[in-house]
Write a protein that binds this ligand. Structure first.
Ligand SMILES: NC(=O)c1ccc[n+]([C@@H]2O[C@H](COP(=O)([O-])OP(=O)(O)OC[C@H]3O[C@@H](n4cnc5c(N)ncnc54)[C@H](OP(=O)(O)O)[C@@H]3O)[C@@H](O)[C@H]2O)c1
Length: 320
């Protein structure tokens, strides 16, 4: 089968096309899936360049989203059968989706929503569970709350805007001016251009100094120290981004703020919540671009390039 293999850590050029044997079922609860589409997450280029070196042995097949068809099932598998359409996020540390076939335990599988394509489905699993964990499990976002989503045009941001809207929140986000109309169509009420405006000052001005109930951080930097300045009393800050340097959180006391640090556990139950929102039309996957698997190097270049001609909007998908 066709795969993309990483034999050395490095730039996009280490993603190499290779032929490998189709994996065989060796455990009765396993399932073999024909991968139809996969996608790019920052986690993939972080693994590729060696940020998680201690968790992986080379060679690596990365790829944290899969949409495809079940080919064969182990003898203990009762819930699934050949031909079922599934989508899921391979477990962190295991072999991933940049391949024609993927072997997994049945416990990781979710039924693919019936109203979207394989490409759209592949844009969802990792960010789907992540967004539900951030907004609902951690921040407990509810109708009438206000939320600021930093990085609204990214994979996480485009889904978070839609889920926040479906929960009845008033949504602020950041994004380049050229994308403001698109972000409003997704459900953002107010969009702040992070290249031209200071989001803390903008949020203070829009909320008469009161601040927002929830801040979702998908960009890192000094967001954790700055967030209390734009947060309402007893508000929550939820971050996804590892903190490379110590930050001063002294302003959080005055706001009685709560901080949540999220590292996705690829939860099938959380993904089911997103499946429902997709099937009832409240959420639609946002696809920035689609490349064939063979052009994976170009796809990684696009997501990593901070000086792109056309700004990123949503997820980059690979067809297999
Ligand atoms: N902990 C976890 O479990 C977990 C799970 C998923 C993702 N993540 C992390 O979350 C982050 C976002 O993931 P993603 O998939 O959404 O990434 P992405 O698709 O690459 O999106 C990044 C977005 O952030 C925007 N951005 C960059 N710097 C910004 C700034 N200073 N202010 C406002 N916006 C800014 C970019 O806009 P421009 O085009 O204007 O630069 C882009 O739209 C990544 O670091 C990823 O590793 C963590």
């Amino acid at each position: 089968m066709k795969t993309i293999v990483i034999k050395n850590f490095g730039g996009p050029e280490v993603l190499q096309l290779a032929e490998m044997p189709v994996p065989m079922i060796t455990n009765p609860s396993q399932v073999l899936v024909k991968v139809r589409a996969t996608s790019i997450n920052p986690l993939d280029y972080q693994i590729r360049r060696g940020d998680y070196e201690s968790f992986f042995e080379l060679p690596i097949i990365t790829g944290h989203d899969i949409a495809g068809d079940i080919m064969t099932v182990g003898e203990a598998v009762k819930q699934w059968k050949p031909g079922d359409k599934v989508y899921y996020s391979p477990r962190f540390g295991s072999s991933g989706g940049y391949a024609e076939y993927h072997l997994t335990d049945e416990s990781s599988l979710s039924r693919m929503p019936d109203n979207i394509s394989y490409e759209e489905a592949a844009a969802i699993p990792l960010i789907g569970g992540t967004v539900w964990e951030m907004l609902v499990v951690r921040a407990q976002l509810k109708k009438g709350d206000s939320i600021l989503i930093l990085g609204g045009a990214g994979g996480v941001g485009t889904l978070a805007i839609q889920v926040a809207k479906s929960l009845g929140a008033f949504v602020y986000t950041t994004g380049q001016s050229v994308l403001h109309e698109e972000l409003k169509k997704l459900g953002a009420d107010v969009v702040i251009d992070h290249h031209k405006e200071n989001w803390i000052e903008e949020i203070k001005a829009h909320t008469n100094g009161k601040g927002v109930n929830v801040i979702i951080d998908t960009v890192g930097g000094t967001t954790l120290s700055g967030s209390p300045l734009a947060l309402a009393d007893y508000g929550s800050v939820v971050t996804l981004v590892d903190i490379p340097q110590p930050q001063n959180l002294i302003n959080a006391w005055e706001k009685n703020a709560t901080y949540h640090f999220v590292f996705t556990r690829q939860s099938r139950d959380e993904l089911h919540q997103i499946t429902e929102l997709i099937e009832n039309g409240q959420v639609k996957p946002v696809i920035d671009s689609i490349y064939p698997l063979e052009e994976v190097q170009k796809a990684h270049q696009r997501i990593e390039d901070s000086k792109r001609d056309r700004p990123l909007l949503g997820k980059i998908v690979l067809t297999v």
